[in-house]
Design a protein around this ligand. Structure first.
Ligand SMILES: Nc1nc2c(ncn2[C@@H]2O[C@H](COP(=O)(O)OP(=O)(O)O)[C@@H](O)[C@H]2O)c(=O)[nH]1
Ligand SMILES: [Mg+2]
Ligand SMILES: [Zn+2]
Length: 349
């Protein structure tokens, strides 16, 4: 295993505590040995906060002028010895990426959290939550490269067992864990904390008001995250900076509480849809025609399952919408690449 820059054993230990792992070693080999490695823990307008693996002042945390357009909380960076400048953002091994604007011309990606091992998809265990949103979040979480986990919180309020059972089913068909917890009573939170063991990083995703900050505070043991902060956009519809924070768990893990995003548009990348709708994809293998669109073809196993009352039509339609959204985005990206080539620009994102 290569040496991580000039990082000695002491510092390496420190890096490990920040969440460093073997997936990052290869990237680190290319980094000039005079740089110090740190991890972005917070982004504010104009400033980035970085937890350093080691710093001359031993302060542990520095603030630098913003690094670049698409840096996310959780990113690993190489900082100059004088701690003045971020030289490099290391390649990510995973990232939650959403589409920043629904504006067709300005399709841009926005990384919500980087280098995460698990994504908590948080919903209320009461019957207000929405299965369609869970599906969308699952696609995003699978696409991130991290492992999604469904968290149903506020179980102290819930008397909706059918609702919980339906969401558990969504988790089961795509093979992920589901935990029913309460941020208020602490019920079930020991199980959640385990995802941070071994200095792992967990991103917390979910709509405003579902109880993310309450969960994070309880898990971390502070009142660091503001509870009840539900603002997402101002009157002009612009996104306000509700900071995502990298916060430490008592067991050494890391949590990233992402701001509650009302509109969660997809940024296509991998096989997220296939994994979030694994049940439909495996049924589709049994359709008579290989290119079955599951509309009104004969021998369609997907519709047979709907007819038997096993699969819901809403779920199939939900997948159809997400597929269409992903295809539309791919088309836009192709147009953008063509335009940029014409202008002689090398890269747009
Ligand atoms: N009864 C109950 N209320 C909760 C629970 N978690 C959060 N809340 C309340 O729900 C509201 C929104 O919580 P918050 O953590 O700010 O949600 P966030 O927007 O997802 O960060 C607040 O009024 C919380 O007190 C819970 O487990 N049980
Ligand atoms: Mg919050
Ligand atoms: Zn079919």
């Amino acid at each position: 295993m290569g040496c991580v820059g000039s990082v000695n054993d002491d510092m390496r230990h420190n890096l490990h505590e920040l969440g460093w792992n073997t997936k990052l070693e290869e990237a680190a080999e290319k980094i000039d040995s005079t740089f110090i490695i740190g991890r972005v823990s917070r982004l504010d307008r104009g400033w980035s906060t970085i937890k350093m693996s080691a710093s001359p002042q031993q302060s542990g945390t520095i603030r630098v002028r913003n690094i670049g357009a698409d840096v996310a909380v959780g990113d690993w960076v190489a900082v100059t010895q004088d701690l003045e400048r971020v030289e490099q953002v290391l390649p990510r091994y995973s990232a939650l990426i959403r589409r920043a604007s629904s504006d067709a011309i300005r399709a841009e990606q926005h990384a919500v959290a980087a280098n995460i091992d698990t994504v908590f998809i948080v919903h209320a265990a009461t019957n207000e939550s929405n299965q369609r949103r869970v599906e969308r979040e699952l696609v995003l979480a699978f696409d991130s490269g991290a492992t999604p986990v469904l968290v149903l919180t506020k179980n102290d309020l819930s008397d909706a067992p059918e609702h919980i059972a339906a969401l558990r089913d969504v988790a089961r068909v795509c093979g992920i864990a589901c935990h029913v917890v309460s941020g208020l009573t602490g019920d079930g939170l020991d199980e959640l904390a385990k995802y941070g063991e071994g200095h792992k990083s967990v991103a917390v995703l979910g709509a405003s008001g579902v109880g993310k900050s309450t969960l994070v505070n309880r898990l971390v043991g502070t009142t660091n995250q503001q509870v009840g902060e539900v603002r997402e956009g101002d009157q002009r519809g612009r996104h306000t900076t509700v900071a995502a924070d990298l916060v430490a768990l008592p067991n050494g893990g890391w949590l990233i509480d992402t701001p509650g995003l009302r509109a969660l548009n997809l940024w296509t990348s991998g096989r997220g849809i296939e994994r979030a709708f694994a049940d439909i994809f495996s049924l589709a293998e049994l359709c008579k025609f290989r290119d079955c669109k599951h509309q009104d073809e004969p021998g369609c196993a997907v519709h047979a399952s709907i007819a038997r009352g096993e699969l819901s039509l809403e779920r199939l339609e939900s997948m159809g919408r997400l597929v269409a959204e992903e295809l539309a985005l791919e088309d836009e990206q192709k147009v953008r690449v063509r335009l940029s080539n014409r202008k002689g620009m090398r890269k747009l994102n």
